[in-house]
Write a protein that binds this ligand. Structure first.
Ligand SMILES: *[C@@H]1O[C@H](CO)[C@@H](O)[C@H](O)[C@H]1NC(C)=O
Ligand SMILES: *[C@@H]1O[C@H](CO)[C@@H](O)[C@H](O)[C@H]1NC(C)=O
Ligand SMILES: *[C@@H]1O[C@H](CO)[C@@H](O)[C@H](O)[C@H]1NC(C)=O
Ligand SMILES: *[C@@H]1O[C@H](CO)[C@@H](O)[C@H](O)[C@H]1NC(C)=O
Ligand SMILES: *[C@@H]1O[C@H](CO)[C@@H](O)[C@H](O)[C@H]1NC(C)=O
Length: 492
């Protein structure tokens, strides 16, 4: 009972710790995104504006004559989007509607120009995703012009048909816009989807604040929560919220994504806690390129030769007890690992004899790159690997010689392991299907910036075309990770 009460008191505390220390990222979408959305949005808007028109009741004759009216075509001639500071986005669209009025004896074809003006507020939704809602919408329908069948239409009837159509459009078009926006919200909701980081670990982004909107961009503060076996990973560190300075990265990129130092720390903490960084390096006998046997080691440590006159394979157990430390300096990302290495002899099938253990410090340069919507890394060793003997069952050890051997057997497998792991990448903030295109990575003091174009494969009907375009881009290498010349950093 008492423990349940205690837990009840503790739980809100724990939860507030989680929210206070989740690592931050900032996603800034610039004006270029609106140009892109206007471009790919025309087809969507065109489809959304294909509303159904109820029958027109022709009262000119003796009997009431219901006349079918159909939209033959909607042609969006202009779509313009712009940011409204502190509010959201304004949409201005112009379209030509072509209608067919199924009159007897002869059908009538009409064209009406139409202008749509809508303001949409962008806010923080209840599920911590951006939510767009139309706050004002005006649909202005112009004069109809008859394109076919005018001979047999009386001007009076034309006026009535036009009035009917205008009433329908002014009712329905704004509704279509708001339906389109609802669809967009469903899509934006996928921001909070879980993405795998490793076998048992995941990352989830969510929006934490109202967006900041200026006439040039919309900026979203996004938090990452990293999960290990379904539980959030919490860094025991108090950090102030991450703020992305203006004018970082490439000026005319669609998106500027800032990743805080805290996010890197948390990602490495996750990898360490998950044990993903640990590895065993095993020796084999009768192999010419594998130095891990007791005869090789026995030449450096006489006690090994004495204890193991018969050659035996060695095993290095590499364990990361301490979290790797990523350091972000301008144009320079480094990673420090402090593995504990235990050198064992595979004495029998199941038992291992520990010979000695080493505390290792290795500095790595970290190159970051982005592929699709993932941040990847590759590492290479910077300077010397530092070794100190932590314990020994084989007497005193001449570190210089052992160092030379260990350097040879240890470095490459460690780098291969690490690079395979970091090469899998960690998901960046994104929504379903959205790709980062031509990404460039910049390393700054304490944070990383990704400047990138965005690419969104649109509807199924245009999918083959878009796929082709993606393939073309890939062939040109523009979808592949790019190394920024300035930073030598790859997006990861
Ligand atoms: C839209 O319709 C008007 C009226 O029929 C016409 O003058 C104009 O050229 C059309 N615009 C486009 C882009 O089709
Ligand atoms: C409509 O009028 C035009 C010229 O005034 C004429 O050429 C055309 O044949 C007429 N169409 C019908 C269906 O009467
Ligand atoms: C021990 O390793 C060395 C170097 O790879 C190799 O030449 C030698 O044959 C190995 N000894 C045994 C017994 O496998
Ligand atoms: C990056 O930092 C490392 C370690 O501090 C240093 O050795 C290296 O020279 C630096 N590289 C650049 C390009 O500044
Ligand atoms: C690793 O880098 C740190 C900080 O730059 C430096 O103090 C340390 O000596 C380096 N260690 C090794 C083993 O290169």
């Amino acid at each position: 009972m008492a423990w349940a009460c205690g837990l009840g008191l503790l739980l809100p505390l724990l939860l507030s710790v989680v929210s206070a220390s989740t690592p931050g990222a900032v996603v800034r979408l610039n004006n270029e995104v609106l140009s892109y959305v206007s471009e790919i949005g025309k087809a969507h808007l065109q489809r959304a504006l294909q509303v159904t028109v109820p029958h027109f009741l022709d009262q000119s004759g003796d009997v009431l004559q219901p006349t079918r009216i159909q939209i033959l075509n909607v042609h969006v001639t202009r779509l313009h989007l712009k940011f409204i500071a502190g509010f959201g986005i304004r949409l201005l669209a112009a379209a030509n509607f072509t209608f067919k009025v199924f009159r007897i004896p002869e059908p009538l074809e009409l064209t009406l120009p139409e202008v749509l003006l809508a303001d949409a507020r962008v806010a923080l939704g209840s599920i911590e995703t951006p939510v767009v809602s139309t706050s004002a919408c005006f649909s202005l329908v112009g004069r109809a012009s008859v394109t076919d069948g005018s001979n047999s239409t009386s001007p009076a009837l034309l006026v009535l048909v036009e009035k009917h159509i205008k009433a329908v459009l002014s009712n329905k078009l704004c509704l279509s816009i708001s339906n389109l926006v609802q669809g967009l919200n469903v899509h934006l909701g996928t921001l909070i989807g879980l993405n795998p980081v490793g076998p048992e670990s995941q990352i989830r982004y969510s929006m934490i604040d109202m967006p900041t909107i200026t006439s040039d961009y919309i900026s979203l503060d996004v938090n990452a929560v990293l999960f290990l076996l379904g539980k959030p990973i919490v860094l025991p560190k108090d950090t102030s919220p991450f703020v992305l300075p203006p004018h970082v990265g490439t000026q005319d990129a669609m998106a500027t994504v800032g990743l805080s130092q805290h996010l890197f720390d948390s990602a490495f903490l996750l990898l360490q806690k998950a044990g993903s960084l640990n590895l065993d390096i095993t020796g084999q006998l009768n192999s010419d390129d594998n130095l891990l046997n007791t005869s090789v080691l026995g030449q450096l440590i006489p006690e090994v030769a004495r204890q193991f006159p018969e050659p035996m394979p060695l095993v290095l157990k590499v364990r990361l007890g301490a979290t790797p430390v990523a350091t972000l300096h301008t144009n320079n990302a480094t990673l420090q690992l402090q593995p504990f290495v235990e050198v064992l002899v595979a004495a029998s099938n199941s038992a291992f004899d520990s010979l000695f253990s080493l505390d290792v410090v290795v500095n790595l340069s970290l190159q970051l790159s982005v592929s699709k919507a993932k941040l990847q890394g590759t590492t290479s060793v910077l300077g010397d690997v530092q070794l100190t003997v932590a314990s020994s069952n084989v007497g005193s050890i001449d570190t210089d010689q052992v160092y030379a051997l260990m350097g040879t057997v240890f470095e490459k497998p460690l780098l291969d392991h690490l690079n395979a792991l970091l090469g899998m990448g960690i998901a960046l903030p994104s929504v379903v299907n959205l790709l980062y295109v031509n990404p460039e990575v910049f390393v700054y003091e304490g944070y990383v910036v990704i400047s990138s174009g965005l690419f969104y494969p649109t509807s199924t009907e245009t999918a083959p075309l878009e796929k082709l375009r993606v393939e073309q881009l890939a062939a040109q290498g523009t979808l592949l990770p790019q190394i920024s010349r300035e930073t030598e950093a790859k997006p990861h």
